[in-house]
Design a binder for this molecule. Structure first.
Ligand code: GDP
Ligand code: MG
Length: 146
């Protein structure tokens, strides 16, 4: 590169997005996809599926042993989920912002999916990977062919 020439640092990330069973049941899939698109993120892969308990346990392995772990597995396997790989600059943080904090009342802010549309932590509509390491792990788990 010639001296003085600037190269924009473009860090494209991928994150795993889920619309959990409550979101599918409440017919909020379109709403969630719309918010992904309006934020400017790209959808790389998408699949509606019912989750096996084994995949659910691996996905939520970090929460194994916590009081809510078994109800979390029960919930996430209770009906179809929409799983998607979403891509863009800072996609992980961007999607966590669009989704809102884990507790839809205490943490999620108005304007976020959870802040606008959810009431309870146990049924907070969506998932998003929390770090590049989690995203890699979760994308391999849900979309091994990617
Ligand atoms: P997230 O990354 O914002 O989804 O939150 P966590 O990774 O901390 O937890 C995973 C999921 O477990 C959350 O989205 C909630 O649905 C659920 N969860 C987390 N903490 C609690 C809790 O204290 N009680 C209940 N019932 N569910 C919880
Ligand atoms: Mg998490």
């Amino acid at each position: 590169p010639s001296p003085g020439r600037r190269y924009a640092l473009r860090v494209t990330e991928r994150t795993l997005v889920l619309v959990k069973p409550d979101g599918v049941e409440r017919k909020l899939v379109g709403e969630v996809i719309s918010r992904i698109e309006r934020k400017g993120l790209d959808i790389v892969a998408m699949d509606l599926r019912t989750v096996e308990r084994d995949l659910a346990a691996q996905h939520y392995a970090e929460h194994d042993g916590k009081p809510f772990f078994s109800s979390l597995l029960e919930f996430i396997t209770s009906g179809p989920v929409l799983a998607a790989v979403v891509e863009g600059p800072r996609a992980i943080a961007a999607w966590r912002q669009v989704a809102g904090g884990t507790d839809p009342v205490e943490k999620a802010t108005p304007g976020s999916i959870r802040g606008d549309l959810a009431l309870e932590t146990g049924s907070n509509l969506v998932h998003g990977s929390d770090s590049p390491e989690s995203a890699d792990r979760e994308i391999k788990l849900w979309f091994p062919s990617l």
